[in-house]
Design a protein around this ligand. Structure first.
Ligand code: BDR
Ligand code: CA
Length: 298
């Protein structure tokens, strides 16, 4: 499956990228970056550094949006660490490609019509801009896997909103309403598949992906000494692309609240219609095992 990962690394993005690059089922053609967990400069540096660390220095990295459609991003350095990652990877030697992310996404969808999946792990600004600029994206993109939303559970930024959707609700509304076949991995299924300190300390990390995951998550636990559950939102979204049977889905039309107020960024599903498969349940233990396995290969 040909895939582009749109991402704001971000600790869990880093694990998700390692999994995707390891996967024999995914042919990752490039990474597109967006501000979100950290500034665009940081997320882009991290994407380049991750590709190099994982032995894929040739992987195209395209820089995208530094701000959402409206307003500005509120970064999450407190959660992901200084620079957006809890580890400082070596300075990348590669450079971003000259094409900006929305144009790169549209170009790649045009080049691989009906074949390309986009795995979106950050605010949806780049994807929305790609669709605005090239509406034929709607028929070219095979499937979108989106990490975002809190449909039946509380949000993690406000009681109503999850971080990626809250960061750019206008873009999220446009993308989820675009008609592109989409799988939505929201906080509804992110609560249970977790890594614990025992998972990390018990592993004899051997591969680059495992080493990365161990250092990133170890760093995360060090940053938050009271935290003992590392949530796997972005990794689960990559898992959903290759192991959809781990989830129970229900088809819906999903709308996003874009009006300022306490419900800003809320995702609402109208079941029985629409182009979005909302993940409503996950087999948590199996999903955690799949994440670990996907990190280990390579
Ligand atoms: C999402 O927000 C970010 O902090 C994570 O990387 C993930 O994509 C979870 O709400
Ligand atoms: Ca992310």
């Amino acid at each position: 499956m040909k895939a582009i990962i749109d991402t704001d690394p971000g600790t869990d993005d880093a694990l998700a990228i390692a999994m995707a690059l390891n996967s024999p089922d995914l042919d990752v053609l490039g990474l597109t970056t967006v501000g979100g967990n950290a500034s665009l400069a940081d997320t882009t540096r991290n994407a380049l550094a991750l590709a190099e660390w994982l032995g894929r220095s040739e992987l195209p990295v395209s820089r995208g949006a530094f701000r959402p459609v409206r307003g500005s991003f509120s970064y999450a350095y407190h959660y992901h660490g200084p620079g957006g990652l809890t580890v400082r990877l070596p300075r990348p030697s590669g450079a971003v490609m000259p094409l900006r992310a929305p144009d790169y996404l549209a170009y790649m969808a045009y080049t691989h019509p009906g074949e390309l999946v986009i795995i979106a792990l950050g605010p949806l600004t780049n994807v929305a801009q790609a669709i605005r600029g090239e509406p034929r994206m709607r028929k070219w993109v095979k499937h979108l896997y989106v990490m975002g939303g809190a449909v039946h559970v509380a949000g993690n930024v406000t009681p109503h909103a999850e971080f990626n959707i809250y960061s750019d609700p206008v873009a999220a509304g446009e993308v989820l309403g675009s008609g592109i076949d989409t799988t939505l991995i929201g906080l509804d299924v992110c609560g249970e598949p977790v890594l614990t300190p025992a998972d990390i300390e018990g592993s004899d990390a051997a591969s680059a992906g495992e080493l990365l995951a161990r250092e990133v998550v170890r760093g995360w636990f060090a940053l938050r000494p009271d935290g003992d559950r590392y949530m796997l939102c972005d990794p689960l979204t990559v898992a959903a692309a290759v192991r959809p049977e781990l989830f129970e889905h229900e088809r819906a039309a999903v709308s996003v609240e874009t009006e300022d107020g306490d419900r800003l960024g809320k995702t609402t599903a109208r079941y029985g219609e629409g182009s979005v498969r909302v993940a409503r349940a996950v087999r948590a233990a199996e999903a955690t095992a799949v994440v670990k396995e996907m990190l280990a290969v390579g």
